[in-house]
Ligand binder design. Structure first.
Ligand code: UT7
Length: 324
């Protein structure tokens, strides 16, 4: 038995932050952001809108589209690094609000890789026969951690949530995966919680601010390399060639990262989905929303071979080959 996707859903907050808006906030330009990152606009959650609120909307759409009842869900895994509460977790809040009365719940934190990690964890429970139906969610409100005086990072992020319902299937589903981490690269992306090194304080203008910081060019190099290598490895290990893949759904951090990875893999741009121009980088929601949009737009259909690939803070990465 493998985990097969039977329903997806997503949610993007109403408020939109454009490059023109950012031009009024920091020393940047639409031209620079478009050329270097490929983002035009992003959705930003209201002050009173949190990761669990967005997760509930995306998840209830995914359950509806799956044809299952909330009571059919055995496990909910929610990936987030911006939960409004440390405990109860977002997955427990979703479990309560959506009345997933028979479901266990836990959150997954592997930063932007999280939705892919959740899919891999779900596959283990389904493969072992422990659970039949698993709901996975990626939800993040990185706007709440963003330093809107730091032009190198504030242009990057948007908020959103995506979800998928997986069920045990004898045919198709997850047919290959890999996950990995390189803690030695952890210093390249950080959001402090309680502990601040001298470096963390310096990077935040001399203040103990709970804001996002990144060494963009280090992450850029890592991302292009790992997305191409990891995707190729899982496809070949499953006995296929990269040409047989119908669609790659990568983490949406920067159009140049996606293009660079596609070039390394030698696959045409049409086979690589991007929505970052409209959404910005939504951390663990990026792959989740991209998957749901692909399904909604009919870009992937029953039987297609699809690669989901993510990377992020930690450093972490993960990739999954799935037959729809
Ligand atoms: O989700 C996981 C984590 N995130 C990522 O994967 C993002 C990975 N990194 C990136 O996407 C890119 O590295 C960035 C978009 C963050 C930065 O692009 P870059 O091409 O690597 O630019 P850079 O940091 O090398 O900066 C080039 C120049 C600098 O000016 P000088 O020193 O050459 O004079 C920056 O100060 O661009 C300047 N710059 C800006 N200029 C206008 C940096 N940010 C901006 C800005 N507007 N917003």
């Amino acid at each position: 038995m493998n985990a097969k996707i039977i329903g997806t859903g997503f949610y993007l907050p109403e408020r939109i932050l454009t490059n023109a808006d950012l031009e009024k906030m920091v020393d940047t330009s639409d031209e620079w952001i478009t050329r270097r990152v490929g983002i035009k606009e992003r959705h930003i959650a209201r002050d009173d809108e949190y990761a669990s609120d967005m997760a509930c909307i995306a998840a209830s759409k995914a359950i509806k589209n799956s044809g299952l009842l909330p009571s059919d869900i055995d496990l909910v895994l929610c990936s987030t690094i911006s939960a409004e509460m440390i405990t109860p977790t977002v997955s427990c809040i979703v479990q309560k609000k959506l009345e997933l009365v028979n479901s266990a719940a836990m959150d997954v934190n592997s930063a932007c890789t999280g939705f892919v990690s959740s899919l891999i964890v779900a596959q283990q429970f389904i493969k072992s026969g422990t659970y039949k139906n698993v709901l996975i969610i990626g939800t993040d409100t990185l706007s709440k951690y963003t330093d809107y005086t730091d032009r190198s990072s504030c242009i990057l992020f948007g908020d959103g949530a995506g979800a998928a319902v997986l069920t045990a299937s004898e045919k198709g589903g997850v047919i290959g995966f890999e996950m990995g981490s390189d803690g030695s690269g952890g210093k390249h992306i950080s959001i402090p919680n309680f502990k601040y090194t001298e470096e963390d304080i310096e990077r935040r203008g001399g203040e103990k601010k709970r804001t996002f910081w990144m060494d963009g060019s280090e992450v850029f190099k890592f991302a292009v390399r790992i997305m191409a290598e990891s995707s190729k490895r899982i496809v070949e290990n499953a006995g296929f060639s990269i040409d047989e893949v119908d669609m790659i759904i990568p983490h949406q951090a920067n159009v140049r990262i996606v293009d660079g990875a596609a070039k390394r893999l030698g696959i045409p741009k049409e086979k690589v989905f991007t929505n970052v121009e409209r959404t910005g980088n939504m951390s663990s929601a990026s792959v989740a929303v991209a998957l749901a949009e692909c399904v909604e737009k009919g870009l992937i259909k029953e039987g297609d071979k699809v690669v989901l690939v993510g990377f992020g803070g930690g450093l972490t990465w993960g990739s999954v080959l799935i037959e729809m």
